[in-house]
Design a protein around this ligand. Structure first.
Ligand code: APR
Length: 337
């Protein structure tokens, strides 16, 4: 997965570079700056003294010394002054300049703290959105694994409204394991005239629940059981009029995984990967279930991850980073591989 949101102490990460939320002097401070200098040892400060400071929105790179990573990229975020003083542009610049430096120095993996969201007072949910948007834009054109490191879960926020909405949906739809078995034991409807679509001899419950017209051409194509997942995926990509690269980038799936799906005959994608592609292709809930069924998966009412995915599909919210921020908030695995 090219973009991960993780909860960690950034000084412990063994990636190629970690980013420091520094101040203009580059001579250390508190927060993550203090933690990085402490873990790196005195030589980091000695090297920083040779850099002649750093402008807000800019970035400079040093060695990592006693840290487990290879480089430290120091960037200076804006101090939050209400949001009308160019803070967003400066914060975007921190991520762009840091990613450019990482690329120039051959880094394949980089970890960012939430820049400016501590002492500098940038609201955490806004700081996270800027980070996710700017990094995912970079990842559309570049191969790199990027981590957004959220230090303390409590400080991690998605918008309250989205959180409440998803929580309510989970409460309404989540059933525990034994209840799920009871639901599934009831006799499934055999095809009848009021269903305007059949796959095999069963009419899908979703059709009964919400008599929304299924996209028969798409479902019809998916129902061709001879197609394996890769063939089905390529047909869907053509049908949606996007390129292969656009599809796997939007799905937050690495190029390596894409090549495996397309070239290794027996490769079986994970449920997470299948759903990531369904989101990238902006499939409906029913279409997603059909795509999952081509590799033997389904969505379950007793799985919180599945319920959250169902919420986003029904609300036609296909921004994988918004979905991942929400999954992260509910302690679920993020989408993409
Ligand atoms: N690992 C990961 N993230 C961390 C860690 C850590 N060890 N320590 C703190 N953080 C998080 C904070 O929770 C916050 O979300 O880093 C984010 C950035 O907070 P700050 O470190 O306060 O940085 P910032 O808000 O950009 O303020 C920079 O603070 O420390 C001084 O010298 C620094 O003057 C500069 C100012």
């Amino acid at each position: 997965m090219p973009l991960h949101i993780i909860r960690q102490d950034i000084t412990k990460l063994e990636c190629d570079a970690i980013v420091n939320a520094a101040n203009n002097t580059l001579l250390g401070g508190g927060g993550v700056d203090g933690a990085i200098h402490k873990a790196a040892g005195g030589k980091l400060l000695e090297e920083c003294k040779t850099l002649d400071g750093c402008d807000t929105g800019d970035a400079k790179i040093t060695k990592a010394y006693n840290l487990p990573c290879k480089h430290v990229i120091h960037t200076v975020g804006p101090i939050w002054r209400g949001g009308e003083n160019g803070e967003k542009k400066l914060l975007e610049s921190c991520y762009k300049k840091s990613l450019a430096l990482a690329k120039e120095n051959g880094c394949e993996s980089v970890a960012f703290p939430l820049i400016s969201s501590g002492v500098y007072g940038y609201p955490k949910d806004k700081a996270l959105s800027v980070a996710v948007e700017t990094i995912s834009e970079f990842l559309f054109d570049n191969e790199m694994t990027v981590y957004i490191v959220v230090f303390d879960k409590a400080s991690y926020q998605i918008s309250e409204e989205l959180f409440d909405d998803v929580q309510e949906y989970i409460d309404d739809n989540y059933v525990d394991e034994k209840e799920e078995r009871r639901l599934y034991n009831r006799p499934r409807r055999i095809f009848s005239s009021e269903c305007d679509f059949e796959v095999g001899s069963v009419c899908f419950e979703e059709k009964l629940a919400s008599p929304k017209k299924l996209d028969v051409s798409l479902i019809d194509m998916l129902a061709n059981i001879d197609d394996n997942f890769a063939v089905t995926l390529l047909k869907l990509i053509d049908l949606k009029g996007i390129t292969d690269v656009e599809c796997y980038k939007k799905a937050n799936v690495s190029k390596q995984t894409w090549y495996k799906i397309m070239n290794e005959k027996d490769y079986k994608p994970s449920k997470n990967t299948v759903i990531s592609f369904a989101i990238a292709l902006e499939l409906s809930l029913e279409e997603t279930k059909h795509l999952l069924s081509t590799v033997g998966f389904t969505l379950s009412k007793s799985n919180k991850f599945d319920i959250i995915i169902e919420y986003f599909l029904l609300n036609e919210e296909y921004n994988i980073f918004t979905i991942n921020e929400t999954l992260f908030k509910f302690d679920q695995v993020c989408l993409g591989v």
